[in-house]
Design a protein around this ligand. Sequence first.
Ligand SMILES: *Cc1c(COP(=O)(O)O)cnc(C)c1O
Length: 396
Amino acid sequence: MYKTKDPFNTSQITLSKSAVRQNVKFIKKQIGEKVRLSAVVKGNAYGHGIEQMVKIFEKNEVNHLSVFSAHEAWRACQVKEEETTVMIMGWIHDEQISWAIENQVQFYVFDIDRLKETINRAKKIGQKAIIHLEIETGMNRTGLEEKFFPKAIELIKKNQEHLIFEGLCTHYAGAESISNYLRIKDQINLFHQYAEHFEKNGLTPNVKHTACSAAVIAYPETHMDMVRVGILLYGFWPSRETFIHHKKSNGYDGNGKERSRDPLKRVITWKSRVMALKNLPMGEFVGYGTSYQAPKNMKIATVPVGYAYGFSRSLSNQGRVIVNGQRVAVIGIVNMNLLIINISEAKNVKRDDEVIMIGSQGKVKITVASFGEMSNQLNYELLSRIPMDIPREVVD
Ligand SMILES: *Cc1c(COP(=O)(O)O)cnc(C)c1O
């Protein structure tokens, strides 16, 4: 378990319970009462902290968790309530399959080898394995290919006393961008066709699930029995396109402000402090090398957060932070342990003042999306690279 209070760390994270409540409410409104919501907590819950987020999700009646690996499943199992379901969507080593079966951790099966291994281990343990068959519909990543369906059907039918055929699922190859529309539509059609094929052969899964956040918003027909939602739960849009799609389909015509308001709330605030201040005469270069030269006499400050602490080096001369309610620019190269900001225009900045890397202060907001786009990285990457050892405090 990671400590929530660590007075010596150079930055701190707070997680907002009320933001999660609002995001869950928003998603439930999109999917309706009958569709189950699985919270995706891979990547250390998108950098937020898996242990803390599992507890918060459970308080909001989300009792299904999706993870990438057996390791993440294990971490979730250390803190979750007994009745909460954990589902591994990716990596599980053969040797970890027994642990999963014994702990009723559900997992994806996407090749015949894993299916056979699962059956053998379930037999030996004398307990049923709960599997989700991930099928290939065009993502071309994991997914079981059509040519292996007969073998899979045969094995599952023959071993019903060792298996629970819990899910049939697939994943879309970029539902957050309209440029992938045809590819996604093809995937949806194929999925239905394949699901019918399994059913005709006497195999009906308990749940069919295909949708991630972007699909929840842009392709309502993908909701089926369950949706696997990550980024939206943390209060971020998968892409600007998805947000605009949502606004358009909710009657916002592009005029006025009221209905364009963001229904999501950011859960994370990541902050540090001003370490030191300095005057910089015109013509001087800042930090390593020559990437930033003062165009006039300036005031600068250092913040003890660098790329080793999750602030990407690609935000050199690009990133923004908030200090004293004012948005200021990161100048020069982001160092391993610190970054430098331009406070020439900011008022009253003192040593020890709070600096916000992600989150808001007063009316000013730093969204990862805003600097994510600047650096051509997605929210997903910036968030999930926030180090695990930064203390996380859960607040209202
Ligand atoms: C990451 C992931 C999701 C969730 O994606 P979001 O865009 O964050 O909602 C769903 N399904 C699978 C298989 C994933 O890998």
